[in-house]
Design a binder for this molecule. Structure first.
Ligand code: R5P
Length: 285
């Protein structure tokens, strides 16, 4: 099978090819003088099954990925699999305040228009799947994060809010450890507050786990609270490390170890997407 990548996922595409019989095909991406984006698939994809890999974190990345999918479709690919390690625009999956757009709905409609199947890793909220007209698979990398910490004598898994409880439970099953969540209240897009937790962490090594770290506000406040509560070591794991304003460095300085996957590459990407290659291949076969 062919694989084609946007610029932001090229390393992952190369690693997938190294561990499988995917063949990487190249693209030409440039901007016209007026700033508009141009995408071309350099080799013929006529009659081929192709997996397109790309992150959609920023507007330009999202547009590059959509144009890449369209290039495959216009040039005769027989099956197009859209693989988004980080599915951007998934965090607004419902209306919170009157008048809002549902970005995950718009985005999923566009993806399913230009592809035959969508695959992503730990999407912010699984309800986004209902917006797709095509097969939509979410692969979880929580097990790899949990296994990374299997020698750290973890005594409790903590989710920073109830939304992250599903991944905390999943990690708990791997490590055979209980999981609990903190009570978070979001004040605005960068500020959160916590009420006192009703469980005991005194003397325990904690794995604090979340799906996304963006500004880091959630994790930083959680670490502070767990320290005040008397936790021993605090390890932080997350699937996607966006790390706005170098928040990864701040968090690493506050905890015993920070580990994320390489869905968005950073120095804290100690778990690799290519570790899930068998699962990815079984979904596209
Ligand atoms: C929220 O629902 C998510 O699970 C994360 O807790 C949140 O997106 C993290 O954002 P930030 O790092 O900006 O607090």
């Amino acid at each position: 099978m062919f694989i084609v990548s946007t610029k932001n996922c090229l390393n992952t595409a190369i690693e997938i090819c190294d561990k499988s019989d995917f063949h990487l095909i190249m693209t030409e991406v440039k901007r016209f003088p007026d700033g508009e984006l141009y995408v071309r698939v350099v080799e013929s994809v006529e009659g081929q099954e192709v997996m397109a890999i790309g992150n959609t974190r920023e507007d330009g990345e999202a547009l590059e990925f959509m144009l890449l999918l369209n290039a495959l479709k216009e040039n005769g690919a027989s099956k197009i699999i859209a693989f988004l390690p980080y599915f951007g625009y998934a965090r607004q999956h419902m209306i919170y305040k009157p008048g809002e757009a549902i970005s995950s709905k718009v985005f999923t409609h566009m993806l399913s228009e230009y592809s035959d199947e969508i695959i992503t890793i730990n999407i912010h909220d699984n309800s986004t799947k209902k917006y797709s007209k095509k097969k939509f698979v979410v692969i979880s990398m929580v097990k790899h994060i949990a296994k990374y910490f299997s020698h750290m004598d973890i005594g409790l898994i903590v989710a920073p809010d109830d939304g992250a409880m599903e991944i905390a439970r999943e990690a708990g099953e791997i490590l055979n450890v209980d999981s609990r969540h903190l009570d978070k209240k979001r004040i605005d897009s960068i500020t959160v507050s916590y009420s006192e937790a009703r469980f005991d962490v005194r003397g325990k090594n904690i794995l604090l786990i979340d799906d996304i770290i963006s500004t880091g506000g959630t994790i930083k406040k959680s670490i502070k609270l767990l320290r005040e509560m008397g936790a021993n070591r605090i390890y932080v794991g997350a699937i996607h490390g966006i790390f706005i304003n170098n928040s990864g460095d701040d968090i690493a300085g506050m905890c015993d170890e920070l580990v994320v996957t390489d869905t968005i590459y950073s120095r804290y990407s100690k778990v690799k997407i290519s570790d899930s290659i068998e699962e990815i291949i079984s979904e596209v076969a």
